[in-house]
Design a protein around this ligand. Structure first.
Ligand SMILES: Cc1cc2nc3c(=O)[nH]c(=O)nc-3n(C[C@H](O)[C@H](O)[C@H](O)COP(=O)(O)OP(=O)(O)OC[C@H]3O[C@@H](n4cnc5c(N)ncnc54)[C@H](O)[C@@H]3O)c2cc1C
Ligand code: FES
Ligand code: FES
Length: 477
């Protein structure tokens, strides 16, 4: 299978016929750009980090991604920046590189290009007023020999200097500061001219054996199979993106990324805590690439977005390109990794009722490491109350069953119940009967049972501190 891919690699225009499942990392290194390193090839180490620049509202929005997990078919119409694309003369070090040298933040150098690229992405995003903290921007990069303290020092130092001396960062100022080369200023116009594959909707979904979102699951699990399959890159269908409000519902296109959701004004307004919850999802480059549809359809029992959207009682819309049907997310999962999606269907979007009135929500996740790890057990809750009585509640739990679980019976019990320690204890007992965890690498059955109990208490301790105290929940330990 071959497709035409047209993009800018550093300062060079690329127009090739290629198997779209070749990962960007392999393509780049075949172009003799060996600064981008291959480490784990699973999205964990960040040695392969590159920037992808995309025209968004007429500006180029740059995001870091793990090039080992990006199918090259997904980069049409974009600007790819590798470490070589930051060069400004043979022996010239830009301010970020200089800070790394001055703070002793590089030793063997294998990880360094990835760190410098992530940092560059941070400053470019800052210019677009769309960034978290400088240290957070490095959460997808691992160094195996220098030790992270010197790297953190270098990043903080250069960030403090650039930000204190430049109140309004822009791509123009970043070129003056020599953080990026001048050709960056030509990229917007060049991207506008590139004949993009554009909005290519799916006409015959039957002819594809696999739909690809961001690829962060597929290219870890089945990269070779992808090379030999008739894959459909959903990336090129613009109708699968975006977050909208219509007639009291929030609609989320299935190919919307986790980062897009975290940064969406709608989510900031209705779910201000969501940004923090999803800090526990992968790393910055993973979140930049991972899609909602990929998370829901991977059907992992511990998918973080899946667990969150189950607790909003969401509905998913499936289509074969001709007709559409809606399914409640809580009914979508049939058995381990099996969904109600027919072979020729793909997920178009997800929707849920926009909350109003006195509503509360919370998400909890426990994993072996706090960051860059999938959950051992996760759980999410959404509820409404009147006079301390629950009028509506949706509670979900991951890692405690073969499927992402909606805790039906626990919710039935809690509806109409006054918020008291006794009612919460009873709810926890009911939840224990609804789950069927197994012992595996992430913990024993008993441990996962205990975790879910603690996470349910945690929801109520966080949301209603005036009613529930930590010591009230001790007897369940
Ligand atoms: C290092 C690393 C860390 C991670 N950390 C987390 C984490 O903390 N929490 C978490 O939940 N996940 C995590 N993941 C898993 C993964 O990133 C997520 O599941 C992500 O949301 C998958 O989205 P994607 O677009 O990349 O999926 P893809 O790999 O493109 O697809 C995944 C599956 O969904 C199907 N699919 C995709 N889109 C559609 C659609 N629209 N309709 C029908 N089927 C579709 C594909 O065919 C495939 O079966 C991590 C992955 C990595 C590599
Ligand atoms: S090679 Fe390790 S994240 Fe890509
Ligand atoms: S400097 Fe050697 S891995 Fe980071």
């Amino acid at each position: 299978m071959k497709t035409r891919v047209n993009f800018i690699l550093n300062n060079k225009s690329i127009d090739v016929e290629i198997n779209p499942a070749v990962v960007l990392l392999d393509f780049i290194r075949n172009e003799r750009l060996k600064g981008t390193k291959e480490g784990c090839k699973e999205g964990d180490c960040g040695a392969c980090t590159v920037l992808i620049g995309e025209l968004t509202n007429d500006e180029v929005l740059y995001r870091s991604v793990n090039s080992c997990l990006v199918p090259v078919g997904n980069v049409s119409g974009k600007h790819i920046v590798t470490i070589e694309g930051l060069n400004q003369g043979d022996l010239f070090l830009n301010p970020l590189q200089k800070a790394f040298v001055e703070e002793g933040a590089t030793q063997c150098g294998f990880c360094t290009p990835g760190f410098i690229i992530s940092l560059t992405g941070y400053f470019l995003n800052l210019a677009n007023k769309n960034s978290g903290g400088v240290i957070e921007s490095l959460d997808g990069n691992i160094c195996r020999c220098t030790g992270h303290n010197s790297i953190i020092r270098a990043a903080q130092k250069v960030s403090d200097k650039i930000i204190s001396e430049n109140k309004n960062l822009s791509p123009e100022i970043l070129t003056e500061l020599k953080v990026i080369p001048e050709y960056f200023l030509t990229v917007r116009g060049r991207l506008q001219k590139i004949s993009q594959t554009g909005s290519e909707s799916i006409t015959d979904s039957k002819s594809y054996s696999c739909f690809v979102g961001g690829g962060t699951d597929l290219f870890v699990q089945r990269p070779d199979e992808m090379m030999n399959s008739q894959i459909k890159l959903l990336h090129n269908d613009k109708s699968l993106y975006g977050i909208d409000i219509k007639e009291g519902y929030c609609f989320i296109g299935s190919n919307t990324s986790v980062s897009d959701l975290r940064e969406s004004e709608i989510f900031k307004r209705y779910f201000p805590e969501f940004h923090g919850f999803m800090e526990l999802f992968g790393s910055t480059p993973i979140r930049n690439n991972a899609t909602v549809g990929g998370n829901l359809n991977n059907a992992s029992p511990i998918g973080d977005m899946t667990i969150f959207f189950l607790s909003l009682n969401s509905v998913v819309t499936l289509t074969d390109g001709v007709s559409e049907r809606d399914v409640f997310l809580k009914n979508y999962y049939l058995s381990y990794k099996k969904t109600d999606r027919h072979k020729n269907e793909y997920m178009k979007c997800l929707k849920f009722n926009l909350p109003e009135g006195n509503y509360f929500y919370n998400f909890e996740k426990v994993s072996k490491r706090t960051y860059l790890d999938i959950a051992s057990v996760n759980s999410s809750v959404f509820l409404k109350t009147e006079n301390n009585t629950i009028t509506e509640i949706y509670l979900s739990a991951g890692g405690v069953s073969a499927i992402p679980l909606f805790l039906n019976k626990t919710c039935e019990f809690l509806t109409g119940i006054e918020l008291t320690v006794e009612s919460l204890n009873e709810a926890v007992s009911i939840a224990q009967k609804e789950i069927s965890p197994i012992s595996d690498a992430r913990g024993s059955e008993e441990y996962k049972r205990l975790l879910l109990t603690r996470l349910i208490y945690a929801h109520f301790l966080v949301l209603f501190p005036e009613i529930f105290k930590t010591e009230d929940t001790y007897e369940r330990l």
